[in-house]
Every structure is written in C-alpha cells, then in structure tokens.
Ligand binder design. Sequence first.
Ligand code: ATP
Length: 311
Amino acid sequence: MRVPAKLNLQLAVGPPRADGYHDLVTVFHAVSLFDEITAEPAASDGVSVRGEGADQVPEDGDNLALRAVAALRAAAAPADAGGVHITIVKRIPVAAGLAGGSADAAAALVACNELWDVGLGQPELLEIAAGVGSDVAFALLGGTAVGRGRGERLTPALAPATPYHWVLAFAEGHLSTPEVYGTLDRLRAAEAERSGRKRMPGPVLAPALDGALMSALRSADARQLGPALSNDLQPAALSLFPALRKTLAAGLELGALGALVSGSGPTCMFLAASADRALDLAASLSGAGVCRSVARATGPVPGAAVVPTVR
Ligand code: ATP
C-alpha cells in the first residue's frame, strides 16, 4: 500500500505547554509523494527499509511503523495475531518536514488491521494513530484537514477537491523537529525581551485558523492560496538553515504563487498556477543550484485510511 507525504498550508504554533508540546492549529494537505509499505506474516515483528534516506531510518522498535504495529497489537489485535514484517520503500525524504515516518506508521496500522482481520473502522484507527504520533492520524485521513491540539484532532476541510500543483525543493541536510521548536521558543523569548515585555501574554500567541487561507481553499483559488500560506516555524528553520532563504526567494522569482518551508523543514514548497507552470518551475529551480533535488506533486490525495463499512 502507499501512503502520502503531508504539507502544512498553515502552521500556527502556540507557546510551549507543561508537557513540552506546543498547541497547534494547522492545515494539513496530503500530496502525491508516497512511501510504499508491505506487511507480511513473520515469526516475529520486524521492519526493513529501502529507498531514499533509508540509512537514516531505524530498523528496530524505534521505527514508527513498528511502534504503530505494537500500538495496534496492544489495543485491539486478537490473541493469536502472529508476527509481522513491514517492508518500507522510502520516497518521502527523511527528517524533511514531510512526516514520512508518520506516514509509514499510518500505513502499518491499516495493513495490520487487514492482515490480522481486526476489523477496526476509521474512527478507532484514528484514535490509535493519535497515540503513536502527532501527524499519524492525518496520514490515515489524507485530503486537506485542519489539525488542532498537537495536530492529532482533525476536521476535514470543506473544500472542493480541485488539484493544486506543487514543487518541492529537497535540501542538502536535515532539521530536527524538536530543535526547530526549541529555536522558535528562544526567538520568541528574545523578541519579547527586546520589546520590553518579560513574558508574552498567552492570548497573543494562541494559534488561530487563518480565515484568508480557508476562504482561498473554499474557492479553490491557487492565486489566493499562494500568499495565504504561512508557517510559524519558518523563522526558526531559516535561522538554523539560512540557505533556505535563497531557495524560497528563487522560487518566488521564478513565478511561484507562494513559497513556504514545509513543517519543521528543510523542504521548501512552492505553489504553481498549473501543471505546466509546475514543470517549468521544477526545471528552473533544479537548474538554479538552490537545493539538492526537486519533485512535483499534486494535492490533495487520499490518505492510508480504510473506508469505514456500513453494518
Ligand atoms: P516530524 O514528523 O517529526 O515532523 P519529519 O517529517 O521532519 O518529522 P520524518 O521523516 O518523519 O521527519 O523522520 C523523523 C525522524 O524519525 C528521523 O530522525 C527518523 O530516523 C525517525 N524515524 C522513525 N521511523 C521512521 C520511518 N519509518 N521513516 C522515517 N523516519 C523514521
């Protein structure tokens, strides 16, 4: 089965919570860049990983796909459910802000639900997914959806399924998600200090859904959507990876309708006006020497979720 990468069309980040996480309001968007996952019966649970960036992915219990297998086993698998071997072919770059690990976890949940004939529907799978990681539930759902909490509380966006054309610029290097959040907190504290306030008042940072972005999505208007893309993590990602400024600027100069760091980065995403424009933009960006490689993708695409059966 295949499972898509995600982009964040909006990522609004609140102050750090007592548990170390940040409250988010985000607009997830699944795009046509897929990992491929197979699950086969085996003597014991295991995982093997091939493809793009496979050498950076653990092949033990730390692999998110195996964590998902363990979560499903604990929550709902029959006592006689045997071992499973998961094979992952990575096409989603690792630690790139595209939630590839979460995608593999979502696919493993769906695959084992079938393999063991557990029979869980989407709501139950979404609940288990939310316990495995913040982005796993969205990888099950796909499409375009608003995420709240740590991103795991999802509401599908009411928007026409008109395809958008994206160009993704993959960077030479990685960014660690916790490091990017930590940098954002430090940048915000320094900013508060500079402006004479010792503490930022809570409501100022409370994340909120962007009305302009949602209106652009409802009218399926790429020209409106481009300038409405936003990511609170972008200043932190840029301060840790300054070369991304050049990548974003190059994409805009080459005619992208919008340019943004994806999630915690370092992948940059560019919105193009049409499939042809995306092709031109991808070619020009890859010739401009501002990234490791480029890919085109369309979104929204479905997630790894099974369609719930009506009984
Ligand atoms: P996040 O989802 O935390 O924002 P990301 O999208 O930037 O992260 P991922 O590709 O999901 O990046 O990988 C993040 C980390 O998770 C990597 O350091 C990687 O070693 C680890 N990891 C565990 N399992 C997987 C997996 N199946 N695929 C990719 N990475 C995995």
